[in-house]
Design a protein around this ligand. Structure first.
Ligand SMILES: *Cc1c(COP(=O)(O)O)cnc(C)c1O
Length: 496
């Protein structure tokens, strides 16, 4: 009788696993050794990949050597090197040796901890590590497991926002009836991350019910509590139901910080769910000199930040804390018979599936726990401060060159600057935009650095986000020299 040979197929044989993993680890180590040799921004054209590989899957196994060769030849050229020390675009996505180790352990065990029973250690370590993080950030006790609140790890801020929006929505709709969904209003500033808009659509609130309240230069593009209150009152008068406010500590375009305490008071007065998005800048708040930006956080219902940005934790990892998990759980829990178990029935354990969108979830807590243990609070603070120092150094270089201007006072490690169009043209925004676009294009196409831009208050500027794990002073100096060279060329060719 024909049978599948069982001694030919061992997809998880420990000796092979060890040998092959070591080859991949050496491959990655070589990649890091050579990372400065690659153009930071990938130079390939759309569709470059298809002709390089067969258009059907292989019938027989291929060797790891062949696969790594193809990665070298076809994949690496199509990478934008986020871990390059010359990466200054968007916000950094910190990798670290500890982050890799944690990630390896997480995928090594490959447990699926949707409930306490499915891996008690994964659930209990997540609770513990979220309490550690909360203490490092000096979040008030109601956000901790000992104070009836608690934290959960998500993959992204978008997800955290969707879940808190759903919790807030259901709390209000249980009282008002489901038809009231068209009346719910969500408040943010015109600087709030686009994930709020997306989240609102996903939870079924009409996108026209988002109030993107205007911010301005004199307030550093932070949301004014007076503007907020006026908008809320207007909406109440028109029969709307104010639901949710998203405040930001460290906006994506320019690092603006909303006044957490003052906004929190307005939110409490009108019974809004108040979420604080500190995706980028939250990491900095482990340093006492930045912690004041979170003053008033006790007035928030939820708070989130991304260790996968600036906390040496490889993708992906987003921390979300809530003061009252009940409303999250009421909104997100499911209780099918096939998942029933004695532990859940005691109501004494956490089933994190009820705190997120998906059922399945990774043991991300292990990664964050390894990162924190391998560095310690003192080193993590040093890491933040050294990036801030480098950014402040870059800012001083910009300020010394009269052809340039720092557009906004630096926040954290993000410098917003631009080339000026010349004395008499200083107010010509069109010309400014053209010059700065050319300058940015010149820098990025050189392959020697990568930055991105933003437009805030009608002004186009270049963002230099310092903070890649490998960035040192010499890279910041190299970047500045590159910018100056390209600026000279742009100004020479400029037609006034
Ligand atoms: C990066 C960023 C986000 C998006 O984070 P994801 O984890 O990618 O969803 C949201 N808000 C702010 C302020 C950000 O900087």
């Amino acid at each position: 009788m024909a049978s599948l040979s069982t001694n030919a197929f061992h997809p998880l044989e420990p000796t092979d696993f060890s040998q092959d993993s070591k080859k991949v680890i050496d491959f990655i180590a070589d990649y890091y050794k050579n990372i400065e040799k690659y153009p930071v921004l990938s130079q390939v054209k759309p569709g470059y990949l298809k002709p390089q590989f067969p258009d059907t899957a292989p019938y027989s196994p291929e060797s790891l050597e062949d696969i790594l060769k193809d990665i070298d030849a076809s994949i690496i050229p199509g990478l934008t090197h986020w871990q390059s020390p010359n990466f200054f675009a968007y916000f950094q996505a910190n990798a670290s040796t500890a982050g890799f180790l944690g990630e390896m352990l997480c995928s090594g065990f490959n447990v699926v901890n949707f409930g306490w029973i499915t891996s008690p250690a994964a659930t209990e370590l997540e609770t513990l590590v979220m309490d550690w993080m909360a203490k490092m950030l000096e979040l008030p006790p109601p956000f901790m497991s000992s104070g009836n609140g608690g934290g959960v790890l998500h993959s992204s801020t978008c997800e955290a926002i969707v879940c808190t929006l759903a919790a807030a929505r259901d709390k209000v709709l249980t009282k008002n009836g489901h038809e009231a969904i068209t009346k719910l209003v969500v408040y943010s500033s015109d600087q709030t991350h686009s994930s709020l808009q997306k989240g609102v659509k996903l939870v079924g609130i009409p996108p026209t019910n988002v109030r993107c309240l205007p911010t301005a230069f004199p307030e550093g593009f932070s949301l004014s509590p007076l503007t907020l209150e006026a908008a809320i009152r207007k909406d109440i008068k028109s029969g709307f139901i104010p639901l949710y406010l998203c405040g930001t500590v460290g906006t994506t375009a320019c690092g603006a910080v909303d006044p957490v305490g003052k906004l929190g008071k307005v939110a409490r007065k009108y019974n809004l769910w108040f979420h604080i998005d500190a995706a980028y800048a939250g990491s900095a708040c482990i340093c006492p000199e930045f912690r004041h930006y979170l003053d008033g956080v006790e007035l928030a219902d939820s708070f989130s930040m991304n260790p996968h940005k600036w906390f040496l934790t490889n993708m992906d990892c987003c921390c979300l804390w809530v003061q009252n998990p009940d409303s999250l759980i009421e909104s997100l829990s499911t209780k099918p018979e096939y998942l029933r178990n004695g532990a859940t029935d005691t109501l004494n354990v956490i089933d994190y599936k009820d705190w997120q969108i998906a059922l399945s979830r990774r043991f991300i807590a292990l990664k964050l726990w390894v990162v924190i243990r391998r560095h310690g609070l003192a080193t993590l603070r040093f890491h933040i401060r050294s990036d801030v120092k480098l950014a402040s150094y870059f800012e001083s270089l910009v300020a010394k060159d009269s052809r340039f201007e720092v557009v906004l006072p630096r926040k954290f490690a993000l410098v917003c600057f631009r080339l000026k169009a010349g004395k008499n043209k200083a107010h010509n925004e069109n010309l400014n935009q053209r010059l700065n676009k050319k300058l940015l294009q010149g820098v990025n196409e050189s392959g020697n650095a990568f930055m991105t831009h933003a437009v805030v208050g009608g002004v186009y500027f270049i963002r230099c986000a310092v903070g890649s794990t490998l960035t040192e002073e010499r890279h910041v100096e190299g970047l500045w020299k590159l910018i100056q060279d390209k600026a000279t060329k742009v100004l020479l060719n400029a037609t006034y």
